[in-house]
Write a protein that binds this ligand. Structure first.
Ligand SMILES: [Zn+2]
Length: 271
């Protein structure tokens, strides 16, 4: 499978095929290249005790590169839950240049409006991107292990179905995040993941030899499996090979021992 993300010369990763297929759509992921603030890179998050003015500057810069200015962004206070908000143009600016106005306890966003950029923060968790090429609905969700096993991916699909989306029109991308070789988890995580699988199905985790009750867990494969179970055609699902822990291009919560910056995923219709 070809890599869905292509790095631009300004250091951002864009979803290549969507940008080509859908004029006006901007969708991608930031790296840690460039930027201001205490993490020595492009930290995009307000909640990691960084310099506020530095984060604002980083956001303004990315807004120019992504084609939707930072005052028209929407952001969330993310809590590893599965709450999803339908946002409209009137929400523009919430959580854009400050944290207090962000949507509280929200890990998924979608819209039909243009001129608004949906953003979510990450350092290893999985960015999910959604695009319905008939209704032109777009969305994003933050899926760490909790959101993933909680089913935030299928929850977004369910909402879109209620709004009239057909499965064959929905396209999804699973973005840069910690890979299955870098991500070891305990049995309690696997106990939740396994509930989604039938007995003889291929699973997205493997036991670690010589480490009892420890597993390598591929959150990318897991989310892909859930999309297929939700009815998304396989050919509509693209999965990245970019790992936030393997690649020094990204902040990684695990690799950097917890104290690190955040990238954002972004998706929006330019006006
Ligand atoms: Zn990795």
């Amino acid at each position: 499978m070809t890599e869905p993300f292509k790095k631009s010369k300004n250091g951002l990763y864009f979803i290549d095929r969507w940008e080509k297929e859908a004029p006006g759509l901007t969708a991608g992921f930031t790296s840690k290249e460039g930027g201001f603030g205490r993490f020595n890179g492009l930290n995009m998050a307000f909640h990691v005790k960084d310099d506020l003015a530095g984060v604002q500057k980083n956001r303004i810069m990315v807004g120019e590169q992504a084609g939707i200015t930072a005052d028209n962004w929407v952001g969330c206070e993310q809590t590893h839950g599965i709450h999803i908000e339908h946002v409209t143009k009137k929400d523009s600016g919430r959580g854009a240049l400050d944290y207090d106005s962000a949507f509280s306890s929200t890990d998924g966003l979608y819209t039909n409006d243009s001129g608004i950029l949906l953003t979510l923060c990450y350092a290893d968790c999985v960015p999910l991107y959604f695009y319905d090429n008939k209704s032109l609905r777009i969305g994003a969700a933050h899926a760490g292990w909790k959101g993933s096993v909680g089913g935030i991916g299928p929850a977004m699909i369910e909402k879109w179905k209620e709004e009239g989306s057909r499965m064959e029109d929905i396209h999804v991308v699973i973005g840069p995040s910690i890979c299955g070789d870098c991500y070891k988890v305990g049995k309690s995580v696997i106990d939740e993941a396994i509930k989604w699988y039938g007995k003889d199905e291929m699973k997205s985790f493997l036991p670690v030899s010589n480490e009892p009750c420890t597993f390598y867990f591929s959150l990318q494969t897991f989310n892909r499996d859930l999309f297929i179970k939700a009815g998304i055609p396989e050919e509509n699902i693209q999965v990245t090979r970019l790992c936030t822990s393997c690649s020094s291009d990204f902040f990684s919560h695990r690799r950097d021992n917890g104290d690190t910056g955040r990238m954002i995923s972004f998706i929006g219709w330019k006006e």
